[in-house]
Design a protein around this ligand. Structure first.
Ligand SMILES: [Zn+2]
Length: 314
């Protein structure tokens, strides 16, 4: 392949942060339809899931991650000679736990201060470049939603990260977590909202550090205007807004290669983005609402979710 200027341009990574159940999977899959874009799903969990340590070993294409034509070429990247893949994966998981957990976000933003984080940065640089090469893409959409990993991106050579801090009403999130999904366990409102607050605070630290390359987005605003939201995202990363694959509220989805995410990721074909699910209004108990209100304040108010008060108004 000839070396064109485009090959030397930094690889763009559109990184979606925030707490889970915020609609990142569908946004990633919409962007995946644009030529030159590739949605990796929750890349952070690649090693855990491929090694059988997670809850879900399937790629969005329906194959096991280890058998997928994309991930089978990416998984060996950075694996030292003389050890098995599972041993390599366990080492990666240990480095993730020691360096890019949510509480490490602020430290990662300040620089790569430990041997562990430098080793993880070196691996992720190689991995993203391998993904770009294998998928022939110049924009990778990563919906890991792990703030420590998001903060790391700014330190990777040859990579320009863009950040979307995506939030959703903590009451709707708590309601969503109250029911297990295909391969996702359930979580109580206290735990769900505690994570919601922690992940959103860490996401603020990142977007405050890189304001020119960041955007704040409410899931509810995406649902109200999917096409307009995708256009804003394309402008953020300096891409052609005419490439927007959403017409009215519909997008034609093809096979993707997402590493975990919402179980809807396996859905292909014409997909309508439906109005927001507000079943929490009737499904969430009063005590659950009180818990959510106590743990999400004052962020919930700042995001326009009222006071997330226990009477369900606002
Ligand atoms: Zn695949």
């Amino acid at each position: 392949m000839t070396n064109t200027p485009a090959d030397n341009a930094p690889l763009k990574i559109l990184c979606i942060t925030g707490w889970c159940r915020n609609g990142s999977t569908i946004i990633g899959n919409i962007l995946n339809e644009i030529p030159g874009f590739f949605h990796v799903g929750e890349l952070h969990f690649l090693w855990k899931n491929a090694a059988g340590r997670g809850v879900n070993e399937d790629c969005g294409c329906g194959r096991k991650l280890v058998d997928c034509p994309v991930w089978s070429t990416v998984l060996p990247v950075g694996q030292p000679a003389g050890i098995t893949f599972v041993e390599h994966a366990d080492a990666v998981i240990q480095r993730q736990l020691g360096s890019v957990r949510t509480r490490h976000t602020w430290r990662v933003l300040r620089g790569l201060r430990t041997e562990q984080i430098r080793a993880h940065a070196a691996l992720m640089t190689q991995v993203y470049q391998a993904i770009a090469k294998r998928s022939e893409s110049r924009v990778i959409v990563d919906t890991s939603k792990v703030p420590g990993e998001a903060a790391l991106l700014a330190h990777l050579d040859g990579i320009t990260p863009y950040y979307v801090h995506l939030v959703r009403d903590p009451r709707a999130v708590a309601q969503s977590w109250s029911k297990p999904k295909e391969y996702v366990y359930a979580m109580g409102p206290g735990k769900s909202t505690g994570y919601w607050t922690g992940f959103n605070l860490a996401s603020h630290a990142i977007t405050k550090r890189y304001p020119q390359r960041s955007m704040f987005l409410r899931y509810e605003d995406f649902i109200a205007d999917p096409a307009g939201t995708i256009e804003r995202l394309l402008r953020l990363i300096d891409s052609d807004p005419a490439a927007n694959p959403v017409t009215d509220r519909t997008v034609e989805l093809h096979t993707n290669h997402t590493v975990t995410g919402n179980p809807d990721r396996f859905h292909t074909g014409a997909t309508v983005i439906r109005p927001s699910d507000d079943s929490w209004r009737t499904g969430l108990s009063k005590s659950a609402r009180r818990t959510v209100a106590a743990l999400s304040w004052p962020l919930s108010r700042r995001y326009g979710y009222g006071a997330a008060d226990s009477n369900g108004k606002g």
